[in-house]
Structures are given as C-alpha cells and as structure tokens.
Write a protein that binds this ligand. Structure first.
Ligand code: PLP
Length: 381
C-alpha cells in the first residue's frame, strides 16, 4: 500500500505561475485591470469566441446569464440532473423551475432527442453539460434551440481545451468555463463567460460590476471613472488581477497539462480493460478532443456499494470524488414536490460513479498504485 495519501485532484502550480501572481502583487494594482483584460483576450483567442468576460466563478457566470436572459418565475430551464448543483440552484433562486433531462448511460451527456420532448410553452433555456472533458453533441442541440427559439448556455466547466468536431468548446455559442482549483486550469477561483453574442456579453459585463456603465478599470486613469452611473442594478462578480495572472499563466500551460492528463487516462484505460466490475465512461462517437478533466468509473459489482468501495480506497490512501450525485436526489430537490422524474441512466450512474485521481502532477507509479488499490478493494475490506 502506498505510504502517502493521493488526492483525487490537485492543482498544478509552477514557479512561473507563482511569479505571475507575485508580479501583480508588486504592481500596486491587484483587482480587475490589465491582467483581466489580457486574460479575456487570450482566452477568447484560444477558444475562438468573439467575447470573453472574466468572472469570480462559473456559478457567477450562470447567475448573470439567467439574469441577462430575464429568466424568472413561471419559466422552465432544461438541464441534466447529472451536473453540479450550482445550475439548478441558480435556476431555482431565479424563481424558475429546473426540468431534468436524462443523459446517455455511458458518456453522461444529454442530447437533442432527450431534450425535445421536455420542451413546453414555458421553456426558456437549455443548459447542456460537457462532461468530464468530452464535448456534448452540440450541432443537433443548437439546431433544436434555434428552431424552438430557446436560449442555449453550455456548461463548459469541465471543458477547457475540449474540442468538438475540430473546434474548441466555446466557439460558436455561449459557454461558461470554470477555474476552480480542480478544473483543467485554475485562477484560484474564477470563471469565463464566452459568447458570439455581443449584446449579451455587454450585458454580462455590466451586470458583473454593479450595473455601472463602465468597467472597474480604465487604462488612462488606472481606475473607475468616479462619475460612473448605475444603468441597472448589478452584482459584484469581477475577477481580481491576481487571479487573472494565475489564469493567464495556466492557460499558457494548458496543452502540456492536458496532454499529461490524456497519458494518465490511457494508462488507467489499459488497467481497467480487464476488470469487468469497473466500467470507465465511454468516449462519445462524434469527433472530439478530450480534455480529461476527470477519470470517472462506474463500480458495477453486486453486493459492493460505491460508498463502501470509496472507503476501502481511502484506507489504501487513494482519494476519490463523486461527480456528481444527481441533483434531483439532493434533499431540497427531492422534497420540492412534483412528480418523480424518470431518469434511469442518471440514477443508475449516480449510485455507481466515482472519480479516480487525475491531475497533471501524477506519476505512472501513482496510476499503478490506484489500479492496485482498486483491485484489492474489489476483493475485500
Ligand atoms: C465546477 C462546476 C461548476 C461551477 O464552477 P465554479 O467556478 O465553481 O462556480 C459548474 N458546473 C459544473 C459541471 C462544474 O463541474
């Protein structure tokens, strides 16, 4: 058994990342400013979107998107239950209703065929999730949203570096990325709203900072114009320059880090190919580049519960996570009334999934340790 605990995720922070942040701290301007503006430009170039707006988190991006679209009481928003709770939380906080859509049993992503029957006259938006680093099949979903006149917001929290049919996720649509420490790049915390819709992006930019007519930072005055006026009540969701500097530095390292993630995932694949009780997620059949945000497996061994299995791995010094417990099974949503939704694939996975350690700093030996621990945890306590 390995001597040291292996967490399921760990950010990769280089000396150059540290230097970038320290540089900002020495510069006498630490909140939203030049670094943020550069981060937005570089991210937009990388993703191939017209507009990128840096934010305090992806959750903030989802909040502002729903607000900018005017989604409120009486409205329905279609989203998978197999997602992070932030999306249904914000839909609920807006006074709207999350309508759960099921996902594919093996790639955990929803699709146009599952979404269409759920559309009613109350539906306002669709929020698909790109899962674990793979892209959802966006072309049919885009066609459906356009045909029905619905807003489409892609949850791209897992998809920094993911490509769909030869283009980065975030190109040609509206997508929200996360820079939480477990994500493929981090800014400590942070998020990026990306869109080809200039009007929507301008609204998000304004709502990000109190609803003022100008940004927090003005190149000439090194600050906000003191006379700036509130054009509409807004929020306080800007990203600091310290965070943006870390984000920029990480973005410059993204390809190398994702390459390492892919190598580690391939090692896992070969270990688990011969273990029928462990079912890794399947890669989607459409052309894509996988960002390997998470390495998720389903434990499918009768008589062995997932939570017990995770405990056994922990005793062997292997950390794991669950991404995610289906949102409709959380206490609040379970008890919020209405018919129990029919989500067989979501529920089957919610009981069986776990995320194994995957981060760029892992060694091949770490992967061997995990595979060994998985084999021994399958056999006994
Ligand atoms: C991490 C995550 C979010 C939220 O990102 P934050 O930056 O932490 O707000 C949203 N959706 C999914 C699928 C995520 O994994």
């Amino acid at each position: 058994m390995r001597a040291e605990f292996l967490p399921f995720s760990q950010p990769s922070i280089s000396e150059s990342d540290i230097d970038a942040v320290v540089g900002v701290m020495r510069s006498k301007w630490i909140t939203t400013g030049r670094e943020c503006a550069e981060f937005e430009k570089e991210f937009a170039t990388r993703v191939g979107c017209r507009e990128a707006v840096a934010l305090a988190s992806a959750t903030a991006g989802m909040h502002l998107s729903l607000a900018a679209l005017g989604i409120g009481p009486g409205d329905e928003v279609i989203t998978p239950s197999m997602t992070w709770a932030s999306t249904p939380n914000l839909v609920s906080l807006a006074g709207a209703t999350p309508v759960w859509v099921d996902v594919d049993r093996d790639n955990l992503m929803t699709d146009a065929g599952r979404i269409e029957p759920l559309i009613t006259h109350r539906t306002r938006a669709i929020i698909p999730v790109h899962y674990a680093g793979a892209p959802a099949d966006m072309d049919p979903i885009r066609d459906l949203a356009a045909r029905k006149g619905l807003a489409l917001i892609e949850d791209a929290a897992h998809a920094v570096g993911t490509e769909y049919r030869g283009r980065p996720v975030g190109a040609g649509g509206t997508a929200i990325f996360s820079f939480h420490p477990i994500k493929n790049i981090t800014a400590g915390e942070g998020g990026m709203f990306c869109s080809g819709d200039e009007e929507l992006a301008a609204r998000i930019r304004r709502l990000r900072f109190h609803g003022l007519g100008v940004d927090a930072f003005d190149r000439e005055t090194q600050g906000r114009k003191p006379q700036a006026e509130v054009l509409e009540p807004g929020y306080k969701y800007n990203l600091t320059d310290m965070a943006a500097a870390l984000g920029r530095s990480q973005l410059s390292r993204l390809d190398g880090m994702n390459r390492r993630r892919a190598e580690l995932a391939a090692m896992y694949d070969s270990h688990f190919a011969g273990i029928p009780d462990i079912l890794p997620l399947a890669a989607p059949p459409w052309p894509h580049r996988h960002a390997w945000h998470l390495y998720i497996v389903r434990l499918n061994k009768p008589g062995l519960a997932r939570d017990e299995f995770m405990e056994r791995l922990k005793r062997r010094n292997i950390g794991t996570g669950i991404h995610f417990l289906a949102a409709h099974t959380h206490a609040h949503y379970r008890n919020s009334g209405g018919a129990r939704p029919y989500l067989p694939n979501t529920e089957w996975n919610s009981e069986r999934i776990l995320s194994l350690p995957l981060f760029p700093g892992m060694t091949g030996e770490d992967v061997e340790d995990v595979a060994e621990a998985v084999k021994s945890a399958l056999m006994g306590a």
